[in-house]
Each structure stands twice: as C-alpha cells, then as structure tokens.
Write a protein that binds this ligand. Sequence first.
Ligand SMILES: C[S@@+](CC[C@H](N)C(=O)[O-])C[C@H]1O[C@@H](n2cnc3c(N)ncnc32)[C@H](O)[C@@H]1O
Length: 229
Amino acid sequence: MSLDPTTQHETVDSYVASHLIRKNEGLDHAYQNSTNQGLPMIAVSPIQGKFTSLLATLSSARNVLEIGTLGGYSTIWFAEALKGRGKVTSIEIDSHRRDVAIENLRFAGVQVPDEVDVRLGAALDVLPTLKSEIEQGQREPFDFIFVDADWDNQANYFDYAVELSAKRGVIYVDNAVRNLVERESFGKGDPKDATDLVARAGKDDRVDAIVMQTVGAKEYDGFLLAIVK
Ligand SMILES: C[S@@+](CC[C@H](N)C(=O)[O-])C[C@H]1O[C@@H](n2cnc3c(N)ncnc32)[C@H](O)[C@@H]1O
C-alpha cells in the first residue's frame, strides 16, 4: 500500500522519530513547558534537533553559538551533544523566552551558565561583544554556529558567524529556503539585494556553502550549510 503523497512526509517523519529518537524527558518537558508558558510552536522538530546535534558532533564542536533560543529546545540538543567537552552560547531577544529556556535547560540537567549561557539581547547587539571577547582572548572562536532567529537579518548573522568562527567552523542557517522563496525579489536577480543570504554566501571567498531543501513535519523548507575556510 503506498502512502498518501500529501501527508507522506509527516508519516515518514513520525516513523523515523519513533525508531531513531530516544525518549528524553528533558526535551519533552521543554516542548510542553514552552507551550504551557505561551511560547509559539516554532522550535525545530525532534528530527531537525537530532540532525543539527549530529552535525555538531561530526564537526567535533566544543563551542557552539546559537542565535535564537526560544524555549531552549534546540539548545538542549546541542548541550547534550557537547556534554562534558564544550559549551553552548545562545542569544535570545525576549526576556520571558530566555527565562523559560533557562528553566527548561535546568530541568533537562544542563548547568546554566557553565554548560549553556543564554545571553539576553538583540543578536546584532550581542554579537559584537562576543567578537571582542574572542579578539581579546577571553573566549575561543565558535566551531558550530546555528542561526535560527529573525529572517530579515539572516545575511547579517551569517557575516558575523564567519567572523566569530574557528577555522573549519560550520555555519548552519535554518529556514534559508523559505526565506528565499517567500521574498518578493526572488528570481528577479537584483544584484544589489544585500539581504539575500544565498547570493551573499556565494560571493564570500571565506566560506564554502550549499543549500539543502528539506521536507518533513515542518513542511517544505531548507537550510544553508557553510564551512569557514
Ligand atoms: C525560531 S525561534 C528559535 C527556536 C529555537 N532555536 C529552537 O529550535 O528551539 C526564533 C527565536 O529568535 C528570537 N529572536 C528574534 N529576533 C531576534 C533578535 N534580533 N535577536 C535575538 N533573538 C531574536 C525570537 O524571540 C525567537 O525566540
């Protein structure tokens, strides 16, 4: 019996999750508590959370930067991938969301701020501080940078990510495909469109990048993945 093509991506996601994602009380609590406290349901899916944490492990990351914490769901995935060998720094603009994230992280057994430091503020205000901390030798550059905040600034966050990255560091920009196809300018080839992440990454000799389109529980989208040379 073949699957209904309109829902098969959700069916496959559920099947994969049921076999490959182990029950995790901390992650389940983060989803539920975030909803209970009025946060929007815009966290990564369990499959995306595991995929990005596997990528962080593959890149032997010790220092992960996340832009966009929400309730800390993806942050817990990274913290568990780095357990005992690294630290996550995550930036969130909304103080209620940051508080919920800290509560969720602690429930999941993550030490805050030793294992995860959640910085409150607009990313474009916090990123220069992180940059100067790296320049002054107060912290190491980041080996894995996960961009998952406001879409209008994706290209600006990408620029910062390149500057804050270690050599061979990995940059992952979530929702890069929906941000591309939902733009009015998409396909019109405006060379002056400095907000176009894909065009910007393509012109940047400091990185090697690609975009992967995806389907899944969160419908059609995709991410940009880059390695800093
Ligand atoms: C998609 S959610 C992050 C989801 C989270 N990474 C997860 O998967 O669990 C995006 C978050 O970015 C935050 N955000 C939006 N604009 C921001 C900004 N300028 N600086 C920092 N955070 C921002 C939002 O408040 C929201 O909580």
